[in-house]
Design a protein around this ligand. Sequence first.
Ligand code: OMP
Length: 218
Amino acid sequence: MRLEHRLILALDVVEPEAAMSVAKAVRGEVDAIKVGWALFLSGGRDIFRDIARFGYLLADLRTAEIPNTTRLIVEQVAQMGASGIITQGFVGEDSVRAAVESAGRAEVFVITEMSHPGGAEFTAPHAEEMARLAVRAGAAGIVAPATRPERVKRLREIVGTKLILAPGVGAQGGKPAEAIRAGADAVIVGRSIYESKDPRASAEAIAREIRRSRGEAF
Ligand code: OMP
C-alpha cells in the first residue's frame, strides 16, 4: 500500500450507486478503499471490480475460518482485484498462514484488538499474541484500534516495520492524529467521511490533520 494521505475510506455504503459516488468524490484523497460484507452483498463482484479500478481495494470479507475454507475464500477475493485482504487473527496461525499463502500478490492484514468496546473483552487480552502471529505468518500488517492509541503504541513495538491500519476514528471516538502519533501508518475512516455532506472535504480535513501531526507541510 502506497501511503500518501495515511487515510483509508471504509465504504460501508450499502447502495452500490451511492457507494460509487462517494468513491468518485474522494478519488485521489485516500490511499485505499475498504469494501466489506454489506456493500458486497448488495453490489456483488461487480462493485469489487468497479472499486478496484479506482486504485487500492482493501477487501474486508474478513475470514474467520479453518485453513482450507480460508484458502477458498481468499482465492476468490484475490481474483476480484483486491490489492489487500483483511483476515481475523483469533483463528490462529494456520488459518492466517493459509490466507497469506492464497492471497497471491494481495497484501494480508490481520485484525488484532478490535476498536469497539466489545473488542476489549476477548480480542484485547490476546492482541499481542495475534500481532506476533501476523509477523510470523508473513502478513503485510495488522489492524489495531485508533480508539486505544496506547494499544497501537504497544502493538507497534511488536510488529516492527509491518503496517498498522487503525479503524475507530470519528464515529467511534478515536482521533486520527493520536492514532498516527501512537504508531499507526494509516487510519481507516467510514461514517465521518461517507455520511458527511462533502465527503471529499471531510477526507481532506482528516488527511490535513494527520500531516500536521507529523509536522509535514500541507
Ligand atoms: P467507522 O466507524 O464508520 O469509521 O468505520 C470503521 C470501519 O472499520 C468499519 O468498516 C469497520 O468494520 C472497520 N473496523 C473497525 O471499525 N474496527 C475494527 O477493529 C476493525 C475494523 C476493520 O477490520 O476494518
